[in-house]
Design a protein around this ligand. Structure first.
Ligand code: SF4
Length: 373
């Protein structure tokens, strides 16, 4: 364990939790683990055989701040397409392989920056050894991914069911299957769809290994439920210093996974990217349509990459206080808004012009920061 600093929106803040020390694993141009920033990743939901659509989605993900994406390689045709995608991709790519070792070999050959396998279902010892050997020759790391639904029967029986102990033992057993070929470029994941089980399993695992950990709550759900479940599962672990990379799994556009990932990381001050919006819950003092305005501001801020704190407040009771903390803020009055910049009132605008006027100030702040870089 080591003490660390986290990067907040404005300054370095000492945090009172420490990040667990893990080994560094290189994935293309990225480092996962050690002191490297927590890597944000996603998974394409395009058909890998459709090269153009896959590249388009990777570009959208990169634009949103994704640093690593994963593509399913379900057949040899997909493996061939993977090679073309890899050549054009702005991001390093993980090949997701199940059951067929030939696909793992083909993906490594096609330039995969990392492969994700479950050593237990790749087709036996001899085939696994071929995959590990090829990965080693090419310097391709392996994510050993075991989910609560794919545990070894004997281990489940030994621990009396699917629980943190059986999940942790299963994934460590799978890791040993690879280590015996003198291979240590390993990242581990051990996801469950239940956030509480995910937390318990990763806690146990973090005590037993120093390989970097890939966090996630699997099959987390749709935008609303899935973001909450992921924030609880992933956020709890991050706050305990566990985790080196993460994926928020959502039944939604993968770009939303990236937005959610940064929202979790920003909440803990672990990564600074894009705007942090604070808005009040409204009450009997609110005399403007704040819910609508906050939603419009959230949408408008989605394309901002500069770390900036923006406050949207219903009235002047808490408005100026929040606005002092925020880089830019608005506080509602009767059918109008006051715009603040670092606590200083700079303008008063009618309600219907508030979002446009606020965004103009946000752009101004971002431009000034660009010039000062
Ligand atoms: S900021 Fe004003 S409107 Fe918003 S909850 Fe507080 S008192 Fe109510």
């Amino acid at each position: 364990m080591h003490e660390g600093k986290c990067i907040g929106l404005h300054e370095k803040i000492d945090f009172d939790f420490s990040r667990k020390k893990t080994r560094e694993v290189r994935v293309g141009s990225l480092i996962i683990g050690g002191n490297a920033p927590i890597v944000v990743q996603s998974m394409n939901n395009t058909d890998t055989r459709n090269v153009a659509a896959s590249i388009r989605q990777i570009e959208e993900l990169a634009e949103a701040g994704c640093e690593l994406t994963r593509l399913a390689v379900p057949d040899l045709q997909a493996a061939e397409a993977f090679a073309n995608i890899r050549k054009k991709s702005p991001l390093p790519i993980v090949a997701d392989i199940h059951f067929d070792y030939r696909l793992a070999l083909a993906a490594i050959e096609a330039g995969a920056d990392k492969i994700r396998i479950n050593p237990g279902n790749i087709g036996g010892e001899d085939r696994l050894s071929q995959v590990v050997k090829a990965a080693k020759e090419r310097g391709v790391p392996i994510r050993v991914g075991v989910n609560s639904g794919s545990l070894d029967r004997k281990i489940i029986d030994k621990h009396g069911g699917v629980n943190a102990a059986s999940m942790s033992e299963s994934v460590l057993q799978a890791t040993r299957q690879i280590e015996k070929y003198d291979f240590e470029d390993i990242v581990i994941s051990i996801k469950a769809s239940d956030p509480a089980l995910t937390i318990a399993a990763y806690r146990l695992l973090a005590d037993k290994t120093d390989y970097p950990l890939h966090l996630g709550v699997t099959e987390a759900g749709t935008m609303r439920e899935g973001v909450i479940r992921s924030a609880v599962g992933i956020g709890t672990l991050l706050a305990e210093g566990i985790g080196d990379t993460l994926r928020v799994s959502l039944t939604a556009d993968p770009v939303e996974e990236i937005r959610a990932a940064y929202a979790i990381l920003k909440s803990l001050g672990l990564r600074a990217r894009g705007a942090l919006l604070v808005s009040c819950p409204t009450c009997g003092r609110t005399a403007v349509d704040l819910v609508k305005i906050a939603q419009e501001v959230e949408e408008a801020l989605a394309s901002v990459t500069e770390p900036i704190k923006v406050a949207v407040m219903g009235c002047a009771v808490n408005g100026p206080g929040e606005a002092r903390e925020a880089d830019v803020g608005i506080a509602g009055g009767k059918g109008e808004f006051i715009i603040f910049r670092r606590g200083e009132i700079i303008r008063k605008v009618p309600e219907q012009e508030a979002v446009t006027a606020l965004m103009a100030v946000v752009d101004e702040v971002c431009r000034e920061r660009e010039l000062n870089k």
